[in-house]
Structure formats: C-alpha cells, structure tokens
Design a protein around this ligand. Sequence first.
Ligand SMILES: [Zn+2]
Ligand SMILES: [Zn+2]
Length: 412
Amino acid sequence: QEEDSPITRFQRYLRINTAHPTPDYDSAVSFLKAQAHSLGLQAQTLYFAPNKPLLLLTWPGSDPSLPSILLNSHLDSVPAEPAKWLHPPFSAHRAHDGAIFGRGTQDDKSIAIQYLEAIRNLQARSFSPLRSLHISLVPDEEIGGFDGAAKFVDSPQFAALNVGFALDEGQASPRDEFRVFYADRIPWNLKIKAWGPPGHGSRMYDGSAMENLMQSVEVVSRFRESQFNVVKAGKAFNAEVVSVNPVYLKAGLVSQDGFAMNVQPSEAEAGFDLRLTPTTDPEEMRRRIAEEWAPAVRNMSYEIIEKGPLRDYMGRPLMTATNDSNPWWSVFKQAITSVGEKLSRPEILASTTDARYLRQKGIPVLGFSPMKNTPILLHDHNEHLKDAVFMKGIQVYESLISSLSTFTEASH
Ligand SMILES: [Zn+2]
Ligand SMILES: [Zn+2]
C-alpha cells in the first residue's frame, strides 16, 4: 500500500500527462477535484471551449462581501523529449537526493498541489478565511491561454468572484531568496517570408528568396545583439529588454532523398519568438519589422501573431505596483518575511503567464513560485524539484493564504 503524503499527491499529479499537443485534462481535473473534495472545497468545472475544462475551487470566507483572493495554476505542460531525460518525464521519479523529476515539477504543477496542501494544513489548525479564496486550474496556458484564462476573465463566473488580488506562477531562483514578478513580457510570434526568382543551384544572381531572407536574419540578429548588450553591460535585467530568437527556418524543394540541392527556392520563411517588455512601444516595433526586417520593397512579407494584450482597459502597461500604493504588496512581503524567508528585488518575468489576462482587468497580480536554491529548468530536459523545496513551499503558502485572506484594510 502506497503512503499518502503531500509528496505522493504531487507525484500522482505529475504522472498525469497534460503535455501538449494531447493534454489529458480530464484525468487532471478528476484528480484535483478529488483532492478538493477531501478538503471540503466547492468545485465547479467550467468549459469555455470543448474538451478544455477549467476547474474552479472555492474556500468560502466568513465575509463574502470583501474582494476575494485568487490563486492560479495551469493544468498543461510543454512537451518533453523522453529519450533525453535521466528519468522518464511522466514518472515523477524521486532520486536519492530528493529531486523529483518530471515535466511540470517547476512549471507549474508544484504550486497547484502546494495551494491545496497549504489549505489542508490551515484547516488542521482550524484556520478559517475572512475573504473567500479561489483556486483556478486552467487549460492551455502554454499555447497562449485563449481558450483558458483569456475567456475565463471575460466570463460572468469570473466577474462573480470579485477578485481583489491574485497570485500566479513565477520562476525558480538559483539563489537563497525567492523571486517575485510584477509583470510579464508579451510574446509576438513573427513569421517573415521572402520571395525571389528561382534558379539553378550553380548560378550566382541577386535577390533570391534565400539571400533575401538571410539578409533579414542578419538585421534581426543585429537588433538582438543590441538588446543583449544592454543586459551584458549590466544596464538591464534579461526581461527588461526586447528579446528575439529564431525558432524555425523553412525553405527548399523536397526531392526523393531529401532536398533538391541544385535548385534555389523561390520562397523562404523564418519564425521568431519575440518578447516585448510591458513598456515597449508596439507601433515602433511594427515599424521596425515592416521597414527593416521584412521590407516589401525587397519582396518580403511578415505576419505578427500577438499572444495577449499589452495594455489594460485604461491603456496602461500591465504592471502590478510593488510599493506602498499597493497594499497587497506589503501583505505579500510581510507574509514571506514572517516565515524567515527573503525576497529578491521584484522583476519582470522573461517569459509569459496567464497573469497578463488578470492584470488587463485591473487586478493586481504577483508571479510567485516558492522555489529557491533551485536551477531554472522550465521547458528544459530533466525538469525537477527537490522534495524539501516543495515541502517548504507549502509552509510559505500557509503564510500567504492566512495573511491575504484575513487582510482587512484594502477593498481592492
Ligand atoms: Zn507555466
Ligand atoms: Zn511554461
């Protein structure tokens, strides 16, 4: 008979394969629903798209008229390459040093279980919240959240929650202090396409599609270097500049045994992951792309897919204040320090989370995953988390939940 503990419950969740492109959301939701049931939480399964459940859990507060607290975590994960892992990515193998291996250990299945285990411990101490506490377990974060968090925040069910403050995932800290994030960068998926006359592979002529595209790649690389240099010079954090990284190249005529090596193709395409900071001027970025990266005069075109909003309903950048103007910030900070932990300077997250959709609604949100002395392994091979770090995180959330849910001074 297998023991039942926070660690084994974490392992059970990790063994449910919710990686794209075929996430098993149903198994994840029924597992989490059973956990919620054992805690006496209210549970609702919402569908904003077919086969994409969103599980909403509630621990009602004694004063439901006060704005509530929302803890968010996504159900899905990015895919893994099992052959390149030390232990299979859905085995939740626990090594001798306590490291639990699995896709989702850091991003972000740990926090979902930690939220629930913190509630379990608080209930054991007969704690009861003043404000209602909600946990949202959302689908599709890793593919943009359009059928998950984006639709949820626009729903009447969400409006009814009257959320005053929220926590969402953060990132691991390699140092002995926790990291906290007040904003995300916003992804643009950029496709650049070039055309040019085709020709024999032996000919040198001007304006081929490939030559054309490679010129663009060089221009993009120079921009990338200019941004990266600011970081290398110590003038900005990683996430305070615009990043651009090539993620695919597509060209060439297919022949029986691979590519036709002696044909210069008439079309070529490159894809880039571009991340804008919360204060990047999108119009200036568009102008740069249109004029410098994919000029129509050089037979080029481009497509930008914006993965989320850059501004809130008032036209302001999506940033949560981390100063005295935001009373929740003090409560958050105090809850961390009161358990003897340290926070590093608040940062912009280099990647992107569903927090942007909440911030767009004007809700203050902090990105936080209590993982310190931990290598940053999200989306990497051998993603893992030490059992002791996971257990410590539960204690941190006990402090956060009790402080946030009993905070009386702010109405928003
Ligand atoms: Zn994540
Ligand atoms: Zn991720």
